[in-house]
Structure formats: C-alpha cells, structure tokens
Design a protein around this ligand. Structure first.
Ligand SMILES: *[C@@H]1O[C@H](CO)[C@@H](O)[C@H](O)[C@H]1NC(C)=O
Ligand SMILES: *[C@@H]1O[C@H](CO)[C@@H](O)[C@H](O)[C@H]1NC(C)=O
Length: 390
C-alpha cells in the first residue's frame, strides 16, 4: 500500500500542476466541469416530465448541454493506468490487496466507535420511538410482494400477477425498482429490530421473487428496467440515473444478508456485481477510462459505498477494484486537495460519493479519502431545486 500511496501522491501533485496550467491557459477555475451542474434537469419533477414526453426535439435540446466535456477530468484520468481491469493486471491488484487485507494496521485504523448490533437494541413500545417503529412495521407489512416485484418480472419476461405500484415505481418511470431496494433494506432493519416473523416471510418472498427474475435473465443483471438504460448511460445519452437504482438494490440485498442472514441475497448481489464489472470493463476496453469517468457525471448514487461494503463481506479484490472505479476522481480529487470551492455541486449526486470515500478510508486507511480531513464541512452544498437533497 506504500506503493499505492506514493504513486497516488505523485499523481495528485501532477494533477494539481496540470489544473493550475489549465486554468492559466483557459482563464477559468477548473473543477466545475465535473458535476451535474444544477439546471432545470436537477428537478426530479421536471426530469420526469421530460423523460415521459414524446417530444424528442425537446429532449435532445435539454440534454445537449447536460454532459459537459471535462477538462480537469481528462487531465486527471490520463494519469491513471490505462490498462486497468485487463486480465494481466488483476494479479497485481490481488497482490496489493492481499497485503492490505491481512494487515492488522488497517483493522485498527482510526479507533472507530464500535457498532452496537441492531439485533441487540429494543425500543420501549410505549415511547414515541417505539410507536414510530410500530407504524413503520405496519407500513412495511402493508406492501404487497406482487406489486413490489411487478416491473422486475415484466423485465425478466415472467408472468406479472397483481398491479404495479405508481409514483417512483410506475412502469414508465426510469427509476423504477429503487423503492424495492429501499424495501429490502428497511425490512431487514425492521426484522433485526423486532424479529417479526410475518415481516420476515414477506421480505424473503421479495428476495426469492427477485432471484427468479435474475435466474430467468441469466446474466446476473437484476433490475426493474431493461439493461438498455445502461447502453444509453455508457453512450452518454439521455437516461435517468440507472446506477442510482442499482445501488439501492445492491444495498437492499446486502442488508438482507448482513441483518437477516439471507445467503441467497449475497449470492444475488455478487452475481449482479459480476455483471456490472464486465460492463465497466467493456467500456474501458472498447473506449477508454475517460469515457467511463465521463459517464459518472450522471448520478450513480452510492455505488462506491455499497461496493466497498460488499468487499468487507467477500474480501474479493475485484469488488475493491470496481468500488474504486465508482469513486468520482474529478470530484474526490478536488475534495482531497482542498484546492477548490466545491460549492455548487449537486448534493444528491455527491454526498453519497463522499460517504463512499469515508468507507474507502475505513477499509484501506488511505488518508486522502478521510472525509473529516477534507474541506467538505467548510462549504455549503447547493440544494436540489426540488428540495429533496438535504
Ligand atoms: C417540442 O419541443 C420544442 C422545443 O422545446 C418546441 O419548440 C415544440 O413546440 C415542441 N413540440 C410539441 C409538439 O410540443
Ligand atoms: C408482526 O407485526 C404485526 C403488526 O404489529 C402483527 O400483527 C403480527 O402478529 C406480527 N407477527 C408475528 C409473527 O409476531
């Protein structure tokens, strides 16, 4: 890891120098290109109208300014190994991380607080919190398995009994399926907090139904929308944050494994990650790593965070590598260097990446990723115009 850090340090210095040169040449402050600049498109209501509209002229017009050509971004990524993710490099990565994995130093990093298991906490049923928990439990029990998984079955080409939910889960919404990820996380946490077996049966039924969908599709892909949305994502074409939803589903499956001991859920998550690992590998092999970084300008939720969490469970270096590939370097770079005013970045997109950065530090001990060392707290985030990014 000493090798990694010093190489990284060097890269950082070079990057900083390049950034300064670039800003001198071009006469503007670099950094802002790497963002979903808050525009009309940052409003989820507006995006929903846009994406469900049949007016292609309007769509093209709105998205043509969306993915900006980054300058600092490409300067940065030029410094990164160009053959990353190729077969021959996997060995080197494995070596590096075997060392990292077995080092006691990392396990003791930072003296973090010890987590109390949810299973070991019970709320007083008479308290406000106990009542709130009961309301939440009843809500989770109210939701219907067939409705939750409707669009997953549809996407997999399986029969679709029952009715789909509306709103975010509407069969025409490009973000459909992310609520189901939240359901798996919420129900796993509720199960750990209450040991309610009725809920356990329901959440296990959701996981099993999703497993049938994944098996039917047969590639590892699991989503309530077709993989075509990822074709658009990779081609830098208009699409609504498909990885945002994948993050929620992966988090749900991992929570089902960690909190409810569902082994099937872990196998599903791992198979899904294999699928996306191959997709990212193909983008890099066919185009470039810059192309992959460019695609990350579309919101990807907490992909880095969940992949780091998965790595802590599987200890598979492949999971660590794919996690790194979702660290948005053009953003974490400026954060780590404290070199740039990060105000103006879209909160919903970037705060999850920061959380993932802290997770990286907790796993690898790379202090550049330590959030409390960054300038994060000195800046105000630009809130989402629709008000849901606090
Ligand atoms: C489609 O969008 C364009 C650009 O905003 C607009 O000028 C045009 O009137 C729209 N067409 C329809 C049929 O709404
Ligand atoms: C789970 O909670 C619901 C709602 O409080 C309750 O009706 C049900 O009996 C509980 N199930 C079990 C197995 O305890």
């Amino acid at each position: 890891e000493a090798f990694l850090l010093s190489e990284f340090d060097k890269a950082m210095r070079l990057f900083k120098l390049l950034s300064i040169l670039l800003s001198l040449c071009c006469g503007y402050v670099v950094g802002k290109e790497c963002t979903n600049i808050p525009t009309q498109l940052s409003s989820h209501t507006f995006r929903y109208e846009l994406l469900t509209s049949n007016n292609d002229t309007w769509k093209q017009e709105m998205f043509s300014h969306y993915h900006l050509i980054p300058t600092d971004d490409s300067a940065w990524s030029n410094l990164l190994p160009r053959k990353m993710l190729k077969e021959e490099d996997e060995h080197k990565w494995s070596m590096m991380y075997r060392k990292l994995k077995s080092s006691d130093e990392f396990n003791q990093q930072g003296g973090f607080l010890k987590e109390v298991l949810l299973q070991d906490v019970r709320l007083d049923p008479g308290s406000k919190h106990g009542q709130a928990q009961q309301t939440n439990l009843e809500y989770l029990l109210m939701l219907n398995v067939d409705s939750l998984v409707w669009s997953f079955r549809k996407t997999a080409g399986l029969p679709t009994p029952g009715e789909p939910y509306k709103g975010w889960e509407d069969p025409n919404c490009e973000l459909r399926g992310h609520f189901v990820g939240h359901y798996m996380s919420a129900s796993a946490q509720m199960w750990a907090s209450t040991n309610n077996y009725t809920l356990q049966r329901k959440m296990s039924a959701v996981v099993s139904a999703l497993s049938e969908c994944q098996n039917k599709m047969g590639t590892g892909y699991l989503s309530a929308f077709p993989s075509e949305q990822f074709d658009r994502f990779e081609a830098i074409k208009p699409v609504w944050a498909p990885y945002y939803t994948i993050h929620k589903i992966l988090a749900g499956l991992l929570d089902q494994h960690i909190l409810a001991n569902n082994k099937q859920a872990l196998r599903m998550a791992t198979w899904m990650v294999d699928y996306f690992y191959n997709r990212v590998q193909n983008v890099i092999a066919e185009y470039s790593i810059e192309r992959h970084w460019l695609s990350l300008n579309e919101e990807t939720g907490g992909m880095n965070d969940i992949l780091y969490r998965l790595y802590t469970v599987t200890k598979n270096p492949k999971h660590l590598l794919i996690a790194h590939l979702f660290d948005k370097p053009c953003f974490l770079g400026v954060l780590a260097m404290k070199a740039d005013d990060i105000s103006g970045f879209h909160a919903n997109t970037h705060i999850p990446i920061v959380i993932g950065s802290q997770m990286r530090y907790e796993i690898t001990g790379e202090s550049l990723y330590r959030v409390s060392d960054s300038n994060l707290y000195q800046h105000q985030y630009q809130l989402h115009p629709s008000g849901n990014s606090k």
